[in-house]
Design a protein. Sequence first.
Length: 149
Amino acid sequence: MVSAKVQAESARVTPRVRRISIQAAVLLGVFLLGLIPVWLKARQYAGGLAETEKQLRLSRMQNDLASALINARKGDYEPARQDASQFFTTLREESDKEDAPVRTQLRREVIKPLLAQRDEVITLLARNDPASADRLFDLYSSYRRLVGG
């Protein structure tokens, strides 16, 4: 009698467990299906963010160089030297990155001459030489051509 009671109870539990398992699997499938559009949107936003960050780095570099040029034209050579130094440091860092916005095969040849001017420009600014403003203007023009602006 006990044995028949246990068998009847286990027969009743098995379809119940099976039904709960199927419901859980369906619920998990629906959840995962709803996760796909969210993942695609997040991936799209991440790509847009990366592009925006690249453009921001380029703009900051241009801003440093323009600030150095303006300060040199005004005769404020020390702030100009600091801004120019910041520009060259950032340009070196960006050119060394694998995914840098300024690093392409075509532009690599242009970056080297820009970086080669570093010591000369910094020295002119340290000596308060008015010719440094002209050198910074040439450098600024070259940089604008490099980034396509």
